[in-house]
Design a binder for this molecule. Sequence first.
Ligand code: ATR
Length: 283
Amino acid sequence: MSDIFDFGKKVDDYAVMGNPISHSKSPSIHSLFAEQTQQSLLYTAIHVDVGGFDQAVGNFAASGGKGLNITVPFKQEAWDLVTQRSERAERAGAVNTIKIDGSQLYGDNTDGVGLVNDLTINNDIELKDKSILLMGAGGAARGVLIPLLKQNPSLLFIANRTPDRAKDLASDFSDAGNISGGGYDAIKDMKFDVVINATAASLQGELPPLPDTLLNEGASCYDMMYGAKPTTFMDWATKHQAAKVMDGLGMLVEQAAESFFLWRNVKPETKTVIEKLRKELLE
Ligand code: ATR
């Protein structure tokens, strides 16, 4: 075929949908991935009005779009909308990645594997046979449970301000590993190797009530939030001599890399992308 027929050929379209969306880092992350792996694609951010999600996905698919990332507040609606789900998306109750194939919408959730990859690969933290405390029992916590349990920790304890939410969540996943839940008073005499903050407390500069004796020697602390400055929980972890203290920037890039892999069957390299975003955050 002559090149002339390729001139102006539409590249594959991808997008992130959310509300708000203007501060999303996904377009720059996926553009960096595309450049690095020499994949020809366009990735944009689409602001979707509340109540307009199904229509927006339908329009995007009808125009030939190949895949979507879904962010707040539409992950549950995406779960309802897709025609097929991965096991981890099924159990997460939320979809953050859609692969579009004609009228088929395949839904996945890459948040948990993003967290696990950032912990185990980027930060060299072993989870097998370790005790993990997960703070929070909302959507962010639910989304990471299956990948965390697949690492075979000795215990995964969910602590939450509203204890019943943590107990219910743990019982939903009791078939998948050693998991239990309760309020923060339940952990006052417990010690953990890995503590992960999946609450929204950092957004308000708040901290769940943690006992001073919470961390085992050599413990790692991870906040799923990120920003230019350490979160309140990260400051607490440093003060309590955690061996490693991390924010969620690596998780953001790793979940994106898993989405990219699902769509393009190519695994991008993440380290340089994390470093670049970190630099931009600090500027
Ligand atoms: P997300 O989808 O981000 O998880 P969510 O479902 O609203 O959002 O859940 C927010 C989580 O953060 C919940 O576990 C919430 O605790 P409650 O279930 O008791 O509401 C937790 N959270 C929010 N602010 C908090 C704070 N200041 N201290 C402790 N936990 C907090």
